[in-house]
Structures are given as structure tokens and as C-alpha cells.
Design a protein around this ligand. Structure first.
Ligand SMILES: Nc1ncnc2c1ncn2[C@@H]1O[C@H](COP(=O)(O)OP(=O)(O)OP(=O)(O)O)[C@@H](O)[C@H]1O
Ligand SMILES: [Mg+2]
Length: 342
């Protein structure tokens, strides 16, 4: 996927359609939308009831006639019509204003590294439905690397791990191009799922999805970790709410498996890199971006497993859309993504 900076500069809206959150950056205005990619619809009439954080709060709490849906899964728009309705509501009047100023609205959208033609087509169709006349697709890892300020255009290696909700993308870049990359279908959601599964198997407790985050926080609390923590959930058999004491070390063990997959991914990418670039990376290390970079202990685990320095990007969750926005505004040191056409 190669795109010219000249084309990107003509775009007026940048969109990152994530499995967990949708982010929109409007030219000269900045990040105007950062909301969960969730919509609540009336199953009988099809009417949209809520989108974004309001719809997310409804997850697992709705009566039968209200469905809470996620139109984007693993970095791919799986329900184009619903994604368009969701985006239209999230943007509200802002898109109409931008559209009036620039009738030939051009949009930039980032798609996961290695995404197939179907996923790319779905992203393009979604934006067409919102009134875009042209859609530029940019690789998420390139956008995120620019968004976290990596000098991607230099003739030296930079490594980024973009850990989202559904996918983790790992790439080594040099001179504005990807040298080696890998996309793994494991992200923050898989790690949360491992915690939920562990509590179900060992304590016969069903944990509401919103309760996983506090458990992560207990695991990462500064100082010595408490050997156990109290967790509230629902009994698998009786359905009655109950509180159990969970062994924190056992929870750590449970999330070790999905985390090890991420370390394997780093190994695979490094094995495909020329030795000179790998030598650069020993000093420079790995930049950790994406919302799951905030998962407590992930950076430490990667540091221990790889022996390389690991840095968490500033605002890692919005790196990709910020990078897209920067390319659109022409702020970054011009990066010859496609030197012949610039
Ligand atoms: N403070 C935090 N602590 C732990 N996990 C977090 C935190 N903030 C976000 N996450 C996790 O990060 C993930 C969301 O990351 P991000 O917003 O990058 O995903 P996305 O871009 O929507 O997904 P994808 O790129 O996979 O399509 C979720 O799994 C969420 O649980
Ligand atoms: Mg993402």
C-alpha cells in the first residue's frame, strides 16, 4: 500500500476505524472523535438508539429488543451500513461543516498492515457512503510510527508494535518503508478474554467485561503485588452475584500465553530483517503504541523477553490517527512514501 504525501495533503478528514474505538481527525481542527466503535439498535424497527460511549455502557444491560453491535472487528469493517450510521452520528454537524467547505471531500483511512482487498474495499465503501469522493488508504503501522514521532525516513531501523484491541501489528521500518512486518490476531481483547476464562475455570465466576480493567490495575500497582484480590461476578451455576478472592499470580500466569504470542511475533519480524537493521534496534529498541500499550506490565514483559529497550509512546492509543492527521497537514518531515510521485 503506497500513497503519496501530495495526495494525503489534499485530504480533509482522517479516520482510524478500530475494533475498539473510532477516531476522526479533521484538518485544521484536530481529533474531533475518539469514541468506542459501538452502536445500539432497536432489533424490531432498526432505529439507532445510541452510539459511542453511551452504547458501550449498554453492553450486556439491554432488554431483548435492543442489540448492541460492533460494526468493526479485528481492524475490518464487517457491517458497512452500520459503520456509516455510527460515524454519521459520531461526527454530527462537524462533517457537514467540513463537507460544505470542501465539497470534494477526500478522506484518509488507515488499515492494518497486510489487510486484504476485502478489508480495504470495506473501508473505502464506508467512507464513500459518508460523502467522500476519494479515499486514500495508509498502512496503520506507518501512520502510527509518524504519530509517535519515529524518524521513519532515516536510513536506520525503527521498530514499532501497534497493539490494538483485536490485532497487534509489529513492523521494522527504514527509509520510509516497511522492511518486515507481522500482524497477529491477538490484542488487548484476547488478554482480557484470558482473564475472564481463568476466573470461569478456576472460580466458576462470570466476570462482566468492564471489570477486567480494575484487575489489571491491581496487578500493576506500585510496590509488592498483593497476593490476592477481591473480584465480584456472577456464579456460573446459580447465577447469583458473589465475590471471590483471586490469586494475582495465577491471573498473571493466565495472561502469559497471549502475551507470549506477541513476543513470538517480534522474533518472527526480527528474523526477516537484515543484520545491520537488527543491530540498530538493539540500541533504539521497540516503540509500543496502540491502546493495549497501556496494559500494565506489557512493556516490562517485552523488555525482559527481548532484552531490548521498550518505550511507550506518548498517548499511544491515538498514535495512528495523529500520524494520519500530521501527514494530511503536511507537518512531519516529508517522508518519501512514494518519492517518485511527490
Ligand atoms: N489504560 C488501559 N489499560 C489497559 N488496557 C487498555 C487501556 N486503555 C486501552 N486499553 C486496551 O486497549 C485496547 C484498545 O486499543 P486501541 O484503541 O488501540 O484499539 P483499536 O484501534 O480500536 O483496535 P484495533 O487497532 O485492533 O482495531 C482495548 O483492548 C483496551 O482494553
Ligand atoms: Mg487501532
Amino acid at each position: 500500500m503506497t500513497v503519496s504525501l501530495a495526495h494525503l495533503r489534499r485530504c480533509s478528514v482522517a479516520v482510524d476505524l478500530g475494533a475498539s474505538r473510532t477516531r476522526v481527525y479533521l484538518k485544521h481542527q484536530g481529533l474531533v472523535v475518539d469514541e468506542p466503535s459501538v452502536a445500539a439498535v432497536n432489533a424490531h424497527s432498526g432505529a439507532l438508539i445510541a452510539v459511542g460511549s453511551l452504547a458501550e455502557k449498554m453492553t450486556g444491560r439491554t432488554p431483548e429488543h435492543i442489540r448492541v453491535v460492533r460494526p468493526i472487528q479485528a481492524g475490518m469493517v464487517v457491517d458497512i451500513e452500520m459503520a456509516q450510521r455510527m460515524l454519521r452520528h459520531l461526527l454530527g454537524g462537524q462533517l457537514r461543516k467540513a463537507w460544505r467547505r470542501k465539497p470534494m471531500l477526500r478522506a484518509a483511512v488507515c488499515t492494518p498492515n497486510g489487510s486484504g482487498p476485502l478489508a480495504q474495499r470495506a473501508a473505502v465503501e464506508t467512507m464513500y457512503g459518508l460523502g467522500s469522493r476519494r479515499v486514500e488508504l495508509v498502512d496503520s503501522v506507518i501512520a502510527a510510527a509518524i504519530g509517535c514521532g519515529l524518524p521513519v525516513e532515516e536510513p536506520e531501523a525503527t521498530m514499532i508494535m501497534l497493539a490494538g484491541a483485536g490485532t497487534t501489528q509489529i513492523a521494522v521500518m527504514s527509509m520510509g518503508s516497511i522492511v518486515a512486518a507481522e500482524t497477529i490476531a491477538v490484542g488487548g481483547d484476547a488478554i482480557d478474554h484470558a482473564v475472564v476464562q481463568h476466573l470461569r475455570n478456576t472460580h466458576e465466576l462470570v466476570l462482566p467485561s468492564q471489570s477486567v480493567r480494575p484487575l489489571h490495575e491491581i496487578l500493576s500497582a506500585p510496590g509488592p503485588i498483593a497476593p490476592s484480590a477481591e473480584v465480584q461476578g456472577r456464579d456460573v451455576a446459580s447465577g447469583i452475584a458473589r465475590t471471590v478472592r483471586v490469586d494475582t499470580e495465577a491471573v498473571r500466569q493466565a495472561i502469559r500465553m497471549p502475551m507470549a504470542t506477541l513476543v513470538d511475533g517480534i522474533g518472527q519480524v526480527l528474523r526477516r530483517c537484515p543484520p545491520d537493521l537488527v543491530a540498530d534496534l538493539t540500541d533504539r529498541g521497540i516503540m509500543l503504541a496502540g491502546g493495549s500499550a497501556l496494559l500494565p506490565g506489557l512493556d516490562m514483559m517485552l523488555r525482559q523477553a527481548t532484552g531490548m529497550p521498550v518505550t511507550i509512546a506518548d498517548r499511544p492509543d491515538v498514535c495512528a490517527v495523529r500520524g494520519l492527521g500530521a501527514m494530511m497537514e503536511g507537518h512531519p518531515v516529508p517522508m518519501p512514501l512514494d518519492p517518485l510521485s511527490v
